[in-house]
Design a protein around this ligand. Structure first.
Ligand code: FAD
Length: 438
């Protein structure tokens, strides 16, 4: 009997999941598995949690949805708790599994963990096979090697757009043959996950819910459902509500939505309805996400250092905990920064315009170490994504891929340009703050 485990990580979906499809095609029986490693809730060296409550809830909802989707195909999700390099080999030995299928990681911590699991699996005669399911382009289709990925976004974009194409998506499997597994020990974990629930502040841009069902719903709503994509380029710098931008980011980050599905759905929309600058601009933004994925792959450890990928020595920033706390709590001298930081604190989300401004403020006005800002975002963001977060922060701090050096925003001007009637600031600063319920 040829038996495989599909180890889900940042690919919590059935659609366009090459890892799952390859396992089903090549093995008689497939066991879908997720490993909840308590490590992801620990603190980082910067003193913040790796995963705050908003993303924890989103993750749990995504796991419950994945379990439901799998059950509808005659299978189900096995949940293990513990260190993956310990519990996964234990599991594969117990159930005579010959191969583990999983996604190919591109960030250093995740790669290190995967390598540990791989070496422990080898000890119990189990192989591991990996597939790239997080990026728009497959590594093999890039017009350059990873070592030669262009350092400037425009050059990257021009090359991939002219020389590469986005692969078609994999269909959802129609059924999965899974052997009987003693899942009683996982019941407690499911109960823990099921009971983790709270509502974000009612002023939130959106009440996000994890899972591929919700991700696909949002995708269809933003395209055929509301046609909001046709005005994206005009609205994308907005600050209030669910319409101004796609809000695909949390589902993309957790792998509940495949970037290739988003790409091909936009292409289909353009053929059936309208192709304009706005419909293209969503793809343009997805290329930023893509650029940072390959940048992190190219410079695996650099983006977490004070000097990032730059060769020049950065002036030592101030070590000023009081200023950092004021920034976090929305108590700085800038009301625009404060409104954004309060939104982030109470909802786990902030617009792209807001993120750029608060990051610039931390780096340039407060002169703090940008990595504390990035680490707080890592804890707080519902859509935290290792490469998008750290590479964007490094970009603004002037130690990443910005050919012009630092991004220094005139916050007053930005507030006047994007919140001229102060409605955004009033929304977050004048209303009584709801308490977080969790
Ligand atoms: P839209 O404007 O609708 O864009 C569509 C998609 O394109 C997004 O979902 C996202 O996948 C991608 N995208 C858009 N802008 C960027 C960008 N600048 N970099 C990379 N991808 C982009 N995005 C994350 O997904 N996770 C993060 O942890 C993250 N941290 C950030 C930190 C800073 C300091 C900054 C300036 C930006 C960060 N971004 C991050 C990028 C961007 O702000 C968010 O992707 C976007 O605001 C999410 O909302 P949306 O899905 O409505 O985006």
């Amino acid at each position: 009997m040829n038996r495989a485990v599909v180890w889900f990580t940042k690919d919590l979906r059935l659609h366009d999941n090459e890892t799952l499809c390859r396992a089903i095609d090549s093995c008689d029986e497939v066991i879908p598995l997720y490993c909840l490693d308590e490590e992801v809730f620990n603190k980082t060296t910067f003193g913040f949690q790796k995963t705050g409550p908003f993303r924890k809830k989103f993750l749990y909802e995504s796991l419950l949805d994945l379990n439901e989707q799998l059950k509808s195909l005659g299978s189900g999700l096995i949940l293990l708790k513990g260190k993956p390099e310990v519990v996964i080999p234990e599991f594969t030995s117990k159930y005579y599994v010959g191969k583990v299928f999983t996604l190919s990681q591109f960030a250093p911590e995740e790669i290190k963990l995967q390598q540990k699991v791989e070496s422990e699996l080898h000890k119990v005669n189990c192989q591991i096979d990996t597939f790239s399911t997080q990026s728009l382009y497959d590594k093999k289709d890039l017009p350059f090697s990873v070592a030669q990925v262009p350092e400037v976004f425009t050059s990257f974009r021009n090359k991939v757009e002219s020389k590469s194409s986005v692969r078609t998506t994999f269909n959802c499997p129609s059924n999965i043959k899974t052997p009987p597994i003693d899942a009683t020990s996982q019941l407690e974990l499911y109960l823990e996950i099921n009971n983790y629930s709270f509502t974000a502040d009612s002023r939130a841009a959106m009440q996000f819910k994890g899972g591929e069902s919700e991700g696909i719903k949002r995708l269809h709503y933003y395209l055929e459902g509301s046609h909001a994509i046709e005005t994206y380029k005009v609205t994308r710098n907005g600050l209030i509500g669910e319409r101004y931008s796609t809000k695909f980011s949390p589902w993309l980050a957790m792998g509940c939505l495949s970037p290739r599905l988003v790409y091909h759905e936009i292409k289909k929309y353009e053929k059936q309805h309208l192709a304009n600058e706005s419909t293209y601009w969503v793809i343009f933004e997805l290329l930023w996400r893509e650029f940072f994925i390959w940048m992190m792959k190219k410079h695996p450890n650099q983006y977490f250092k004070l000097n990032g990928i730059s060769n020049s020595q950065t002036l030592l920033p101030k070590n000023d905990e009081a200023s950092l706390l004021k920034w976090i709590n929305g108590e700085t001298k800038s009301d625009f920064v404060n409104a954004n930081m309060i939104e982030l604190k109470l909802t786990g989300f902030m617009s792209n315009r807001g993120r750029q401004n608060v990051a610039s403020y931390l780096c340039n006005d407060l002169n703090l170490d940008w990595r504390y800002g990035a680490a707080y975002f890592e804890q707080q963001l519902i859509d935290y994504d290792v490469s998008s977060n750290w590479c964007n922060w490094a970009y603004i701090a002037g130690v990443g891929n910005n050919p012009r050096g630092k991004s220094v925003f005139n916050i007053e001007k930005q507030a006047n340009d994007y919140d001229s009637d102060k409605s955004y600031r009033k929304l977050w600063l004048e209303n009584v703050h709801n308490q977080l319920k969790y």
